[in-house]
Design a protein around this ligand. Sequence first.
Ligand code: ATP
Length: 261
Amino acid sequence: MTEALRASDLAYGYQAQPVVNGLDLSVAKGEWVGIVGPNGSGKSTVLRMLARLLAPQRGTVWLEGQNIARLQPKSVAKRLTMLAQSQENALDMTVRELVRRGRNPHLRWYEECRGAHEAVVDWAIAVTGLERLQHRSLPALSGGERQRAWLAMSMAQTPETLLLDEPTTYLDIAHQLELMELIRKLNVEKGITVVMVIHDLNQAARYCSRIVAVKQGAVVAEGAPAAVFRPAFFRDVFGIEAKVFLDDGVPVYLPCGIARS
Ligand SMILES: Nc1ncnc2c1ncn2[C@@H]1O[C@H](COP(=O)(O)OP(=O)(O)OP(=O)(O)O)[C@@H](O)[C@H]1O
C-alpha cells in the first residue's frame, strides 16, 4: 500500500482544553476516507492539522512519507488542498479569477497564469461544469454554484490529496449528490485521494471506501462502511438506536430514537 497521508499520535487543545487526543490515521493513495462523529468530537481540528493549517501540539503528520511540518507551504499546496466548510463568499471576483488562484503554488513570483497553466484552469472549470458561469462574479452565484467554484479552484491546484470539511452542508439534496458524484469522478478517474468530514452517514456509506469514526478526539471505529455501520456502532458513537438495512451491499441506516442508557 502506498501511503498518501499518515497522522501519528496527534494531539491538540484549545485553551488547554484537549480536543484531539493521540489520534492515529493512515490513508492509502486512491482511498476515499469519510471521517464521521458527533458534533465537537474534533473532526475539523484533525482535518486542519492534516492540511497543515494547524500545528499539532503533539504528534506528526506525514505527507507521502515526509513530515509535513518540514515541507515548504508551496510544496504542500502542490500536493494537497483543503476545501473548508464555508468560504469567503463576499470575494468580488469572477469564477475564472478564483480558479486561477489555484495555480499560484505552481507559479514563480514573476510568472503569470498563461499557456499550460491556463489549460489547467480550463480543465478545472470543465470538470466541475462551470463553463457557462466562469465569467460571473462569485456573489452572483447560488450556494451550490459557489461551492463548485471553490472545488474548481482546489482542482486547479492539481492536488493528489483532497481534504473536504462537510462540503455538502449548505446544498440541497440534488446538489449534494451532484457534488458527491463529481468527487467520485475525481477519485476514480484521476486517482485523487479524498479525506472528507461528513455528517450524512448514508452518503458516507454510499461513497466512501472507508469510514473513520472520531469521538472525543480519538478514532473509535474504522473500516469498510458495511463492517462499521452496525446498530452497536450508532449506539456507542452517536448515542442513538438505529436499524441498518443493506441496499445492494451498501448499508443504509434508519435512526429510531435516542439510545436508552
Ligand atoms: N478556535 C477555537 N477556539 C476554541 N475552541 C474551539 C475552537 N475551534 C474548535 N473549538 C472547540 O473544539 C471542539 C472540537 O471542535 P471541532 O470543530 O474540531 O469538532 P467537529 O467534530 O468538527 O464538530 P462539528 O461536527 O460540530 O463540526 C469543540 O468543542 C469546539 O467548540
